[in-house]
Every structure is written in structure tokens, then in C-alpha cells.
Design a protein around this ligand. Structure first.
Ligand code: NI
Length: 354
């Protein structure tokens, strides 16, 4: 690193721990940073403030291109494992910006005065300590402090989690690339919770893709006989109903008056050829089935998930062999069709979403 930048960095470091004198800060240098809230205050017991800080932190780190390995926002302090090197910024600049941004936003949420203590503590993670081990230590802070296992205000790069668990790399880029801190890395989830969470994550994606569809967008077909968004949404509701409620639980929710509009296999009829239910009916049916699906999946037992499952014809299905597989397939199935909506959006000239 340039000598001038090093000097600038040292001004931030006045109160910090001893560091290696000739450490090259431009190299991959993961830091464990601790930032404390103002003394005697536990601002992050307030959910809106805690959520705002998690979002601002992950957004800012993503925007700068820095690497985020893990974070955990406790009631009165924040732990972050990060490396600023790819951003070209200094650690102090990234953390200082996050502190400033979140202080401003906290005022809009009713907080008064200072949110954080002026300085922060950082510690370079040395090779022998192991970045994955430090990430796990940060991530499991709530459990050590007696907070619940489902503590939401934290994140761990799944790649580090795999590494710490001795599981081979999943091939992800070694960088936090999305803001889904609510949806990933919750290692303490039970498998029904995880399955429900995956279904809900996919549904959020579907809802994002259809949020700006209007009028004829809903029945736009890329070519005659191909699916349109209204058909796809009806089909998603129908397939959740069939896979989760009929196939796993043996209990139907929808009747033929809805499902008959969305048959599979043949050409999909245009809005001129067929009187489809309204967008409102399809969306409310989708929402109702989804809510009941989440409740049902969360309450499934491990024993039920291990029960064998067959196709509608009573034969083994190519996509799953047990009910756990049915639920997992339900998620894959929706993600597959959400991708079709994504393509239809682009054909309509709508913007790319992520
Ligand atoms: Ni399908």
C-alpha cells in the first residue's frame, strides 16, 4: 500500500490494538471489527433500528465491493468480519461510512443523539486463527449470550460455513454477493424450517418479478401456446397445492373451479381463447395457498418428510422419492417458472431485477 494511505490509516488507529508493523493492508486482510453502541444504550433491541443497520451494512459493503465474511448485530454492539481490499477503500472509511449512514437513518426511526461510540476496535485475523473459525465465532455470539437460536440479525458467508464444517466448496464466489441476510446462514434451523424458508425465499423472488406487471402484461405470450404470467402464477398456486397439500398431507385446498384453468402439458391458451380468473383472484389464491403451505411445512415432522412419495400415477416420480424431496421439488419448480416470468419481463422491455 502507498505510504500516504498507510499514514492516513494510522490516524484512524489511535486507540486500536497493536498490529503488525509492516503488514501490507492491500493484501487480503480479513478484519474482525467490533463497534459499540453509545454507552448505556442498547439501540438494537429495537427491531426497526436493528433491521436498518443490517441492511445498511450489507448494502454498503456490497456497493463498495469489499468482502463480508460474517456479521452479528447484538443489542449494544456489532461484530463484522470483512476485508476492504477489493474496494480500494480503507477499513476505517468503510466502517466510518456505515456508522454515519446508520446514525442518520436511526434519527428517522426515533433514535436521539449518538448511535455509536466514536472509535471501533479491529483485529487482523491471522492465518493460524482461521477466517472460517472467526466467522463462526461471530455468528454464534447470540447463543453464547443466551439469545435465541433463531436470532435474525446476523450473516455468515455460506462458503465459510462449509469450510468450517469440513464440507467441500460449493463453488460460490468468495464474496458476499447479495443482501439476503435474512435468508442464509441460519445454521440452527430445523429441516422443516429450512424447507419453508426456501419456499418463502423463492416466493419473494416471484412476487418481485410480477410486482410491476399491468393490464395485458399478464397474458403476454412470447409465442402462441407458451405460458403467460397469469397462467404461471395460477400454475404455481396449483402445484404448491398439489405437491404439499394433496401429495404430502392428503388434503386438498383448491377445487377444480380454479385448477381447471391451468392444465399442464398442452399449449397454454391465450386470453382470447379462454376466460381466465382475474389477476386479483389468481394472486389471492396464490397468497392463501402459500401461507398455508408455510404453516404446513413448518409443522412437518422429520418422520413425515422421510415417508416415501409417489407420482400421481402411483409410480416413483423422476424428481423425488420421499416427501422431503416433494417439498424441495416444490421450491425448485417455482424457481424454474419464476425464471420464465423473468424472461417474459425482458421481452416486454422491463428492467433486469435481482
Ligand atoms: Ni410446472
Amino acid at each position: 500500500m502507498l505510504e500516504a494511505t498507510k499514514t492516513k490509516y494510522r490516524t484512524w488507529a489511535r486507540s486500536r490494538s497493536v498490529r503488525l508493523a509492516d503488514f501490507d493492508y492491500t493484501e487480503h486482510a480479513p478484519y474482525h471489527v467490533t463497534v459499540r453502541a453509545r454507552p448505556e444504550a442498547a439501540p438494537f433491541l429495537r427491531a426497526p433500528i436493528a433491521e436498518m443497520v443490517c441492511t445498511a451494512l450489507t448494502d454498503h459493503i456490497e456497493q463498495t465491493g469489499a468482502y463480508l465474511g460474517a456479521f452479528c448485530l447484538m443489542p449494544d454492539h456489532l461484530h463484522v468480519l470483512m476485508s476492504p481490499d477489493r474496494s480500494g477503500l480503507l477499513l476505517g472509511d468503510v466502517i466510518g461510512r456505515v456508522k454515519g449512514l446508520t446514525t442518520n437513518k436511526s434519527w428517522k426511526l426515533g433514535w436521539n443523539g449518538v448511535l455509536w461510540q466514536p472509535r471501533f476496535h479491529d483485529h487482523i485475523v491471522r492465518k493460524r486463527e482461521g477466517i472460517a473459525k472467526v466467522a463462526q465465532y461471530i455468528y454464534e455470539n447470540p447463543e453464547r449470550k443466551g439469545l435465541s437460536a433463531g436470532y435474525p440479525y446476523r450473516f455468515i458467508d455460506p462458503e465459510l460455513m462449509y469450510r468450517q464444517a469440513g464440507i467441500p466448496s460449493q463453488g460460490r464466489a468468495f464474496r458476499a454477493t447479495h443482501k439476503g441476510w435474512r435468508y442464509i446462514g441460519r445454521t440452527s434451523m430445523t429441516s422443516p424450517e429450512l424447507l419453508a424458508d426456501q419456499l418463502d425465499g423463492t416466493r419473494l423472488w416471484t412476487l418481485k418479478l410480477i410486482a410491476d406487471l399491468k393490464g395485458d402484461d399478464w397474458t403476454f405470450q412470447p409465442a402462441p401456446g407458451l405460458a403467460h404470467p397469469l397462467w404461471l402464477c395460477g400454475h404455481m398456486a396449483g402445484s404448491q397445492h398439489l405437491l404439499i397439500h394433496v401429495r404430502c398431507l392428503g388434503k386438498g385446498l383448491l377445487d377444480e373451479s380454479f385448477t381447471r384453468h391451468f392444465p399442464i402439458g398442452g399449449p397454454v391458451k391465450s386470453a382470447k381463447e379462454h376466460a381466465y380468473p382475474s389477476v386479483e383472484t389468481v394472486l389471492s389464491t396464490m397468497a392463501e395457498v402459500h401461507a398455508k403451505t408455510l404453516t404446513a411445512v413448518r409443522s412437518m415432522s422429520e418422520a413425515l418428510l422421510d415417508e416415501p412419495a409417489f407420482g400421481g400415477d402411483g409410480k416413483p416420480h423422476p424428481h423425488y422419492k420421499d416427501k422431503r424431496g416433494v417439498v424441495a421439488h416444490c421450491n425448485r419448480h417455482e424457481a424454474f417458472h419464476a425464471g420464465q416470468i423473468a424472461m417474459i419481463r425482458r421481452l416486454q422491455g422491463k428492467s433486469f431485477l435481482r
